[in-house]
Design a protein around this ligand. Sequence first.
Ligand code: PLP
Length: 396
Amino acid sequence: MINEKYHGLGTAPSVIRELFAYGLQQAKVVGKENVFDYSLGNPSIPAPAKVNETIKNLIDNTDSIQLHGYSMAPGFENVRQAIADNLNARFNCNAKASELFMTCGCAPALVSVAHALTTSPEDEFIAIAPFFPEYNVFFTCAGAKLAVVPADTVHFQIDMEALEKTINEHSVAVVINSPNNPSGVVYTEETLKKIAELLDRKSKEYGHPIYIVADEPYRELVYDGVKVTFIPNVYDNTIVCYSWSKSLSLPGERIGYVYVPEKCADAKAVYDTVSGAAREIGSVCPPTLIQKVIGECVGEMPDLAAYEENRNLLYNSLTEYGYECAKPDGAFYLFVKAPNGDAVAYSEKAKLEHNLLVVPGDGFACPGYFRLSYCVSNDMIKRSLPAFKAMIESYK
Ligand code: PLP
């Protein structure tokens, strides 16, 4: 006897994983250098040197029982204080250790918040297309619905009218992911202020707070000095989900947090409920060693030069060939319009004819576009350019 829902989730095909596996297989046939794999969002720049130095130092100088033991449920107080101090210095916000709950990455942070805020099967979380496909799993498995605001395919900001129409008495929260996976776009402060004004108005109208769940693993990955607005500074009822998976290139270490600012509606209850939800999903006591590393490395910033070089090369080349896409300000993704509007067909053709692996936007709730993860080597991008050119020419 097994749970059919989870069996379905465990066996559902994943376009991204299938492309990745195809790439590995093809590398054996045509050679690694002839496969152009843009499928995975796995950071390609190393973690800052201080991370490994800190790990070595901790291993050499900390009692083994302590270093590999459990931490308390919310995480170590001194680590949370270091994170709060860092947030305060950068965003002028007044975060406190007691408002931070450490998690095993951003996914468990989002799932804990989804469970914590869901009280009825009619509850709705609102996602703005294009969005991270796992939201479908995170929010529906918490027992809520996921309502989708169609993409603004001109600037990939947010269609305010469509958002307003999506909000109703069952709305619990709007999920905001900026810099965005898959568009790479950073929502402007103007956009975020408009959302704040809209949610304030709608919260009053329906008599309950409508939260923003800020999904921010790409917060520090921005180019050209673009500012990423810290959403709690423009909207009080914001719950932040964060991880160092992308910013410090530590996705395998599974470390992140939920931040529930005191000024948030029912903050203490929300925080305690997130803590309870984390128990239910078994995501407790994030790794002690990595928590301690974060405590010492929270001020480290990624060296984005390699991503920026990749972004510029890819964006400039593709637009020169005639592709259309919004210039990404952050993350490591480019979201490109498929030449004839059928991204699934484009992806299949690119795969079969050129070993060029791109992810159709359908899974991101934005058909007609495909995603390129440019956390790859610059050399691979250079080698792949003729394939992109041949592909667009084949549609002319
Ligand atoms: N949110 C977005 C938008 C992501 O792209 C990802 C991972 O790719 C996550 C959340 C999950 O992050 P983590 O690996 O820290 O769980």
